[in-house]
Design a protein around this ligand. Structure first.
Ligand code: GDP
Length: 436
């Protein structure tokens, strides 16, 4: 069992491989004792203070910085000892072997964070945000994860949870002491609070449209006839010569990708082969890929060549932005989004328009944003249960409403981990790396 008989675990917490410094971490009741047995200045170790000394790893020795954190004031809530040694795999492995020979065992993936969760240092969603922060691919993703790690979602969910508990408590009382009309009265009293919860859940649900893009980035496909200027536009938006630009139609046979950040959000551009009847097999495959890229993109830039304006039909689930290219040789329509990929004119405005279209003004509004698919599913689930509860109230069926509220509470409790099952915890923490 996890909770009982805690042992002491150790792992490399910095990235594996060769580097200037490697951080080896140990957590558990024996952590300080084990470190003390192989560190030259054990007598100087005090809470949260770096000490320079020699670590005797048996096979080799290293000059290291060591630090201990005493329970409960540590990441895991247990005694923690860290050694910052030189970052060679030989040294790191020797240090780990030494700790293991003195009684520690190798930590499993995510075990430090799981221990922090089990010690009540972090809620489950906060622990997941730690993983999201490590995996963040853009500044916006890192900021969203940081907010999550600091409990933004947990507070929002707990607020709703508290209100639902209140309603559930009143319902239980109504069911326990049935009098005439009490069901109708309870329903009338519960409804406003229930609707408040529904509206808060709705806000969270809506935030995922932006949250998902903040986490994974936004896919932008560039489509249009050959020679419309798609490759030139991609290079402009990226600020590099990623795609090869030539005056021959049909040069871009395959898709070409590149990414840039705008307001911290990652945008991945896919320059697709000109959509037209392909002249050979390689080009036909390029056309197929471009159709797929357009279909699955969040945003499709339909590039229209102002010197020969034709707007192709686009099959996509995303938002189509018409981009009129070559404003250096012809004027774009008044309301149109004009650019010159050749001179760069209008590209900054285009970046902004792409951002606005993708995010719908939903980022940095200060509100809580869901970025995690597991949280999203559970919030949807809770909202479904509340809709059922509302129907039950309308029919004065207090027992059914009570059951639906229980379902909503269970879903919300699974987000913060208040009532998460062992399977859920195993699944969440197995996604972490070893050492986290
Ligand atoms: P693609 O086939 O749609 O990828 O088009 P390219 O980017 O390869 O461009 C086709 C031709 O149009 C090249 O000769 C480019 O130099 C030219 N071109 C692209 N953008 C502009 C523009 O804004 N103004 C002008 N005058 N020429 C452009």
């Amino acid at each position: 069992m996890w909770i009982m008989d805690r042992d002491t675990v150790c792992a490399l917490s910095s990235a594996p491989g060769r580097g200037a410094i490697g951080v080896v971490r140990m957590s558990g009741p024996e952590a300080v004792k084990i470190l003390s047995e192989c560190f030259s200045h054990a007598d100087k170790l005090e809470h949260a203070r770096m000490v320079l000394g020699t670590l005797d790893a048996g096979d080799l020795r290293d000059r290291v910085l060591a630090v201990v954190f005493r329970a409960p004031d540590s990441y895991t809530g247990e005694d923690v000892a860290e050694v910052h040694c030189h970052g060679s795999p030989e040294i790191v492995n020797a240090v780990l072997r030494r700790f293991v020979s003195l009684g520690a065992r190798y930590a499993e993936a995510g075990e430090f964070t799981r221990r922090a969760f089990e010690a009540g240092k972090l809620s489950l969603d906060e622990a997941e945000a730690v993983g999201d922060l490590i995996n963040a691919q853009s500044a916006a993703a890192a900021n969203a994860a940081y907010d999550g790690m600091r409990g933004a979602l947990q507070r929002a969910v707990n607020g709703i949870y508290g209100k639902l508990l209140k309603i559930a408590g009143e319902l239980t009382a109504a069911l326990d002491y049935p009098e005439e009309d009490i069901e109708a009265r309870t329903s009338a009293e519960a409804l406003p609070l229930l609707r408040e919860c529904e509206s808060e859940l709705d806000g969270l649900i809506k935030s995922y449209a932006a949250g998902e893009k903040v986490r994974d980035g936004v896919r932008v496909a560039i489509v249009g006839l050959p020679n419309a200027g798609k490759s030139s536009l991609l290079n402009r938006l990226l600020g590099s010569d990623r795609a090869i630009v030539t005056p021959n139609a049909g040069t871009t046979r395959d898709t070409v990708e590149g990414s840039y950040e705008y307001n911290g959000v990652l945008f991945t551009l896919v320059d697709t082969a000109g959509i037209r009847a392909a002249s050979d097999e390689a080009e036909a495959e390029g056309v197929r890929r471009s159709e797929r890229a357009a279909k699955t993109a969040h945003i499709v830039l339909r590039v229209i060549d102002l010197s020969a304006p034709v707007a192709l039909p686009v099959d996509t689930n995303g938002i189509v932005l018409d981009v009129y290219n070559k404003t250096d040789i012809a004027d774009s329509p008044d309301a149109g989004l004009g650019v010159s990929a050749l001179t760069g004119d209008g590209t900054e405005n285009l970046r902004k328009r792409i951002y606005d279209a993708a995010m719908g003004g939903k980022v940095s509004s200060g509100g809580v944003m869901i970025t995690n698919a597991r949280h999203y599913r559970l919030v949807l689930n809770a909202a479904d249960e509340l809709a059922s509860a509302e129907e039950a109230f309308a029919a004065d069926a207090v027992d059914l409403a009570s059951a639906a509220l229980g379902g909503a509470l269970a879903a919300l409790g699974n987000i913060t981990g208040a009532n998460a099952t062992e399977d859920v915890l195993d699944d969440v923490f197995s996604r972490f790396c070893v050492g986290k």
